[in-house]
Structures are given as structure tokens and as C-alpha cells.
Write a protein of this length. Structure first.
Lengths: 127, 183
């Protein structure tokens, strides 16, 4: 079955979400501090669960964030854990790219901490 | 109403004396946060200091929004939202962000213990605690790591104070210091 792409336009407090079903390039960028984070991320998890129902996909997960709150930080970890499970148990090939503005040391540190927490191939990329 | 004007003038002068650059009382929506973010970037020169200050401001505001015992119905959201007060003081070499709101008395002990525990940790221990807590499932709306995140960004102890108001509620205030010198 063909999967549709997922696109959510970003705003001041929600990130742009651009998940391409055909290429497996999934990108989250911008700022994330929605006050009801769980609700905001619900369609994202729903899409990911359907996308990973097919085994063996090649996925590139890109984060290019300038700021996110602690609630989003937890959701990001959950996304990575979902893809980690897909990578190790369902024949997926997943790579995470964590982009950070080169002067933003906190953002680099956040990436390093996810890299410690998640067993996927993890690239820290300054821009 | 000449008296009212004079009172407001005194209030304004007091705020200036206390070096308050921003104050807000009520429910602080994400739209207001976005405006605060822009305003902080222009008021505070340094990229890292203004980012840190904004991040702490968001955590304080969203704590109030989700956890204050005093709620107000938000017409735009169609549901209740927490009410509190929040302010930023801009001192010579540091900023102080303070928040205050009502909390249920039965929660006071837990939150004070949490602050004490956090204040007793080193930078590395704080990081480990943050990562450990982030992995734990939570039942509620928040991430349960806001206080740890603020302490880490601040690099200073969390200040907190509780005043019992009645049999149900207390006023809980929290203050977080941000140094202006870059580390």
C-alpha cells in the first residue's frame, strides 16, 4: 500500500514536519513549545507507526531545531526509540542526523545526549 | 481617578527600581511566549544568554499553565488553563526569572524535596538525572524534567519559597538565575 507524505507547516511554537514516505527522509525543524505537546505529536506518531508497519525501509531522520521545550524533548526521544525498535527488530535501516547552529552549544549538547541514549547511527552536523 | 494613576506610577517606579524588564500575570499562552521570545532577543544582547533565558521562561510559564491550582477558562483553547505570575529582572551581571502560582498543599512537600535534591547535584549528576527521568513514562501532560532542565541551563541553585494560604492551597514561588558572563 502506498503511504502518503506527512506535512505540517511550522509556526512560532510548532516545528515544520516534513515526512516523505517515498524517500524515507523525515525532517523536523524550527521551534517546538506547543502547550499541548502530546496532542501535537499524535498524528506524527500515528504516521510513523503506519510507516514502520512495512519492514525493511531505509529512513533518514533529520532534526534541525533552534529551540524545543522539555515536553518536546521527551517526544523526540520517543520518536527515536520507535525507530530504534524498527531498526533492530524489523529490518529497518535508520540514521539520525542532528543539525545544530554552530554557535549553539546547548543544541549540540542536546544532540550528544540523544546520541548517548539511542543506539542508532547518529550524526552531529553543524550549519 | 487621580489616586489610581498615582498608584500605577508608584508601581511602575518600583518595577524600575527592581530592574524588572518584563512581568505578566494571568494565563501565558504559547502566542504570548512567542512574543516574549522576540522581545528577549532584542533586550538581551548575547545569543546564548537570550536563548537560555527564553528556555527557562517557557518552562516556568508552562509549569504555571499546566500545574497551577488556580485555573481560568481559556476561551481560545476551550479548556481551563493555569494562572500565575512571572517576571524577569535584568541585573548588572545576571538575570533572575521568577514565577509564582497556587499549588495544592499536598503537593508542597514533593516539590520542595525535588528542588532540594536538584540543588544538591553536581553538573554531571544533573545530566544523568535528566536523562534517567526523560526515559521514565509519565502519566501527565508535562515531561517531568522542567525543573532539572532549568537548573542545568541556569548553572545556579533553584530558589524556592512557599507561603501557606489556607487549608487547600499554598503560594509557590520559584526563581532561577542566569549569569550574563559566557562560560
Amino acid at each position: 500500500m502506498e503511504m502518503e507524505n506527512l506535512y505540517i507547516e511550522g509556526s512560532d511554537y510548532i516545528p515544520e514536519v516534513d515526512f516523505r514516505a517515498d524517500t524515507g527522509v523525515l525532517t523536523i525543524s524550527g521551534e517546538s513549545y506547543h502547550e499541548y505537546t502530546l496532542e501535537f505529536f499524535e498524528p506524527i506518531f500515528d504516521w510513523l507507526k503506519r510507516y514502520t508497519a512495512t519492514s525493511g525501509r531505509k529512513i533518514e531522520l533529520n532534526f534541525r531545531m533552534s529551540y524545543f521545550n522539555t515536553s518536546s524533548s521527551r517526544r523526540f526521544l520517543e520518536i527515536m526509540n520507535l525507530l530504534e525498535d524498527y531498526h533492530f527488530n524489523k529490518g529497518g535501516q535508520v540514521v539520525v542526523n542532528w543539525y545544530y547552529e554552530k554557535n549553539d552549544l546547548d543544541m549540540l549538547e542536546s544532540g550528544e545526549e540523544y546520541a548517548e541514549d539511542v543506539k542508532l547511527e547518529f550524526n552531529l552536523l553543524p550549519y | 481617578m487621580k489616586g489610581d494613576k498615582l498608584t500605577l506610577y508608584n508601581y511602575f517606579n518600583d518595577m524600575n527600581k527592581q530592574e524588572i524588564i518584563l512581568t505578566f500575570k494571568g494565563t501565558i499562552s504559547q502566542d504570548i511566549l512567542a512574543d516574549v521570545g522576540i522581545s528577549l532577543r532584542s533586550k538581551l544582547g548575547s545569543y546564548n544568554v537570550s536563548k537560555k533565558t527564553f528556555a527557562i521562561f517557557v518552562e516556568l510559564a508552562q509549569n504555571i499553565y499546566h500545574h497551577s491550582a488556580e485555573k481560568e477558562f481559556s476561551a481560545s483553547k476551550g479548556r481551563p488553563a493555569g494562572v500565575g505570575v512571572i517576571l524577569i529582572q535584568n541585573k548588572e551581571d545576571h538575570l533572575i526569572l521568577s514565577s509564582g502560582n497556587l499549588i495544592e498543599n499536598y503537593k508542597v512537600e514533593g516539590i520542595c524535596e525535588r528542588c532540594e535534591y536538584i540543588n544538591g547535584l553536581t553538573e554531571d549528576e544533573l545530566k544523568d538525572y535528566y536523562l534517567k527521568q526523560r526515559k521514565k513514562p509519565t502519566g501527565g501532560v508535562g515531561a517531568n524534567i522542567g525543573l532539572i532542565d532549568m537548573a542545568r541551563r541556569s548553572g545556579n541553585q533553584l530558589g524556592y519559597h512557599v507561603v501557606k494560604i489556607d487549608d487547600d492551597n499554598s503560594f509557590f514561588s520559584l526563581s532561577v538565575k542566569v549569569n550574563k558572563s559566557e562560560d
